[in-house]
Design a protein around this ligand. Structure first.
Ligand code: ARG
Length: 470
């Protein structure tokens, strides 16, 4: 048999080869070549199962497996380059990674290579490769999330006593502990972690054996291949197995939500490190200079985390749009899914790493926080609560303290500068003890509710996370 027949897998049916530009247009080798490990792993499991089921002889299977193992090494040592069609020096130009590997196999062992594809189609093959990739990548992303959580807990612990203004509507609202603010991110990231773990349950199934769409007449053992690949289940319905990409979409949404959280962190780092706020200093290693303004130190890395969030959302939207209205079963449109997956996974992984490095080296200017707390009305709610404890309905108390705030702001003074007679003019319920409340530390220490910014709660929370994450 000539090489051509082994290389070009559908050659028999055609008189004219694919137009070179059409091949260029349709090849995805430059994207999917990074699935070579998963592809070879899947092929080895498939061929071993074929031997076990006596569809191939043990000798044939062993020969194929050995050659596949060699190919993996050749790819790693760059002896065999998975180049895109335009640059391939090979006479045979591969359309995707599956065909490139099969062609190499043919070169090594001749027509026997053709037996690898018994009871299999690239449709179930690619679906399997992606699941193996997603399983590994989700696990890695989950570990990266844990590292970032640990960085947050370490900083929270280090700056445990620092108070800061908490914001709503970007306006100073009430004093909170910086640690409490930082721990909010630990919770967001924990849910991100759970989302990946949850989607792993559905990723963890093998589509192999679905063949093109209808299954196969060979007596294969789908569960055996799944087990060999460390997958807990099989995607039962063969048409579903080759045509859906919902687990990929779940993965992309988990990436998008994580990235959304990271972009919020990035934005806060940007605000906090600005000249206007000066709450935090991002380590020099994560900032750049300006080519024209010598004084500048730009927080590019945080900006890029914020900016790259758009790419991840784009991948999710791209994938959803590509899938919309696709009839069953496999359609070539599906080939586009890999660039979405890889781009989102890489961006999320890199952004998590950058945020971890920035959090590990961030410096908070505790004095700045204290200074900012002194100058305004963040404690007004404490005064309202004081009146409520004396029996006033909250809405009335709110109005009374509102009057005091208006008076102080007209006078450009703080709440503690108003005299007791002035307070008593607003409400007879005020007494001397109100002044004790006009201290940010008292305010947080008065907090009683579970999950509040009270130092006792925050301390216990840090202790809890320390136990969980280390
Ligand atoms: N490169 C293809 C993809 O990624 C592999 C499956 C091709 N199947 C086919 N029948 N042309 O989707």
């Amino acid at each position: 048999m000539k090489e051509g027949k082994g290389g070009k897998v559908w050659k028999g049916r055609f008189r004219t080869p694919l137009h070179p530009e059409a091949l260029q247009f349709s090849s995805c080798l430059c994207v999917d070549r990074r699935l070579y490990k998963e592809d070879i792993e899947g092929s080895i499991a498939h061929v071993s199962m074929l031997a076990k089921q006596e569809i191939l002889t043990r000798k044939e299977a062993d020969k194929i497996v050995r050659a596949l193992e060699q190919i993996e090494k050749e790819i790693e040592s760059r002896k065999f380059k998975l180049d895109s069609p335009a640059t391939s020096s090979d006479r045979f130009v591969a359309e995707d990674v599956h065909m490139a590997i099969e062609a190499r196999l043919f070169k090594k062992i001749g027509p026997l290579a053709g037996k690898l594809h018994t009871a299999r189609s690239r449709n179930d093959q690619v679906a399997l490769d992606e699941r193996l990739y997603l399983k590994r990548t989700s696990t890695e992303i989950m570990e990266s999330i844990r590292s970032l959580q640990r960085a947050f807990v370490t900083v929270a612990e280090k700056f445990q006593d620092v108070l800061m203004p908490g914001y709503t509507h970007m306006q100073r609202a009430q004093p909170v502990l910086l640690a409490h603010h930082l721990l909010a991110y630990v919770y967001m990231l924990d849910r991100d972690h759970d989302r990946f773990r949850d989607c792993l349950k559905r990723i963890d199934a093998s589509p192999l054996g679905a063949a093109a769409l209808a299954g196969t007449s060979f007596p294969i053992d789908r569960k055996r291949t799944a087990r060999m690949l460390g997958l807990s289940n099989i995607v039962y319905n063969s048409m579903d197995a080759v045509s859906d990409r919902d687990v990929q979409i779940e993965f992309l949404s988990a990436c998008s939500i994580t990235q959304m959280h990271l972009s919020r962190l990035a934005e806060e780092l940007l605000l906090w490190s600005s000249q206007e706020w000066r709450f935090a200093e991002i380590a020099e290693e994560f900032t750049t200079g300006s080519s024209i303004m010598p004084q500048k130190r730009n927080p590019d890395i945080a900006e890029l985390v914020r900016g790259k969030t758009g790419r991840v959302y784009g991948s999710l939207m791209g994938m959803l749009t590509m899938m919309k209205g696709l009839p069953l079963a496999y359609n070539r449109d599906l080939q586009e899914d890999k660039s979405f997956l890889f781009d989102a996974a890489d961006t999320t992984t890199d952004s998590l790493r950058m945020c971890t490095l920035m959090m590990e080296s961030i410096h908070f200017q505790s004095e700045r926080f204290t200074k900012e707390l002194r100058s305004d009305f963040l404690l007004a709610t404490e005064l309202a609560d004081f009146l409520v404890r004396k029996g006033l309905p909250f809405r009335t108390a709110h109005a009374c303290v509102g009057e005091a705030v208006a008076l102080a702001s007209d006078r450009r003074c703080s709440l503690s500068d108003l005299t007791l007679p002035e307070y008593r003019k607003i409400s007879k319920l005020f007494d001397e003890s109100l002044y004790k409340l006009l201290d940010p530390r008292t305010s947080i220490e008065l907090k009683r509710s579970v999950g509040s910014t009270s130092p006792a709660e925050v301390k216990a929370d840090i202790r809890g996370w320390r136990k969980r994450l280390w």
